[in-house]
Write a protein that binds this ligand. Structure first.
Ligand SMILES: Nc1ncnc2c1ncn2[C@@H]1O[C@H](COP(=O)(O)OP(=O)(O)O)[C@@H](O)[C@H]1O
Ligand SMILES: [Mg+2]
Length: 262
């Protein structure tokens, strides 16, 4: 499912947070949104999902699969979220419901959006757990009993169980160590591609971005300041803000796995 954003601005209490953003993700494409912390990445994701803070005001246009979401009513938004649009958050430890077992967690969006009997739902949950690399024996466990990587696998399974056409992943690997980051990114990419879905992948880390996307936008203080092929931006960033992010990514990986394979 495509994303088409034009002239998107978000203000909070008269303070501009996102300014005149234009960006697009084609059907089946994986696109990155990268920018330093506080640049407005999550605010854009929230605008796309209709989850802006109450005191925020948004203007401009954002279409998900042709449906305008800026100013849309809750019925329209609720119809998109979970069913057609899956969301993976930064911190699975806090975005998962602590009182729901892994199996119930993954099952919930199916209960909300589809009319299936319990046996059918159980089968789908088990199949999804296999796909994300979670052993069936973990179905009865609770989030706090899992490692960070396992928690994010649950997050991904929960986002993908309804076969959404678009995944919005907001820093899905930031809370994880670098080896787990790679595994989780590779898992997301293979599931998204396997489903023929599209993905907006948000991060402040260029080294992760290159694994997840072929094209990206660079955000700085609420504005898009650069865009292009991720590999090109990584190899020879022309814009100062992109150069800074690339240098930060290089420092992070210094002495670690080589940059060429990123
Ligand atoms: N609920 C809120 N109320 C007021 N300001 C906010 C709120 N949430 C975020 N902001 C501000 O909006 C800016 C962008 O935040 P955010 O989109 O979370 O950045 P990023 O995800 O790129 O780190 C920041 O300056 C942040 O302080
Ligand atoms: Mg954020």
């Amino acid at each position: 499912m495509a994303i088409e954003v034009s002239g998107l601005s978000v203000d909070i209490g008269g303070r501009p947070i996102v300014s005149d953003v234009a960006m697009g993700v084609a059907d089946g494409e994986r696109v990155g949104l990268v920018g330093s912390s506080g640049s407005g990445k999550s605010m854009i994701a929230k605008a796309l999902l209709g989850l802006l803070p109450r005191q925020a005001s948004a203007s401009g246009s954002a279409r998900l699969g042709g449906t305008e979401v800026i100013g849309a009513d809750e019925t329209t938004l609720a119809g998109l979220r979970g069913r057609y649009v899956g969301v993976v958050f930064q911190n699975p430890g806090s975005s998962l419901n602590p009182v729901l077992s892994v199996g119930r967690q993954i099952e919930l969006p199916l209960k909300l959006h589809y009319d299936l009997d319990a046996g059918d739902r159980h089968e789908r949950v088990m199949a999804m757990m296999r796909k994300v690399g979670l052993d069936a024996s973990l179905a009865g466990r609770y989030p706090h009993e899992l490692s960070g990587g396992q928690q994010q696998r649950v997050g991904i399974a929960t986002a993908l169980i309804t076969s959404p056409r678009l995944i919005i992943a907001d820093e899905p690997t930031t809370a994880l160590d670098s080896i787990t980051q790679r595994q989780i990114v590779d898992l997301l990419v293979s599931l998204v591609d396997g489903a023929g879905a599209s993905m907006l992948f948000i991060t402040h880390d260029f080294s992760v971005l290159a694994r997840a996307t072929s094209r990206c936008y660079v955000l700085d203080r609420g504005r898009i300041v650069d865009s292009g092929q991720t590999a090109g931006l990584l190899a020879s960033p022309q814009v100062a803000q992109s150069r800074r992010l690339v240098e930060a990514a290089r420092k992070l990986t210094l002495g670690g796995p080589d940059m060429e394979t990123l």
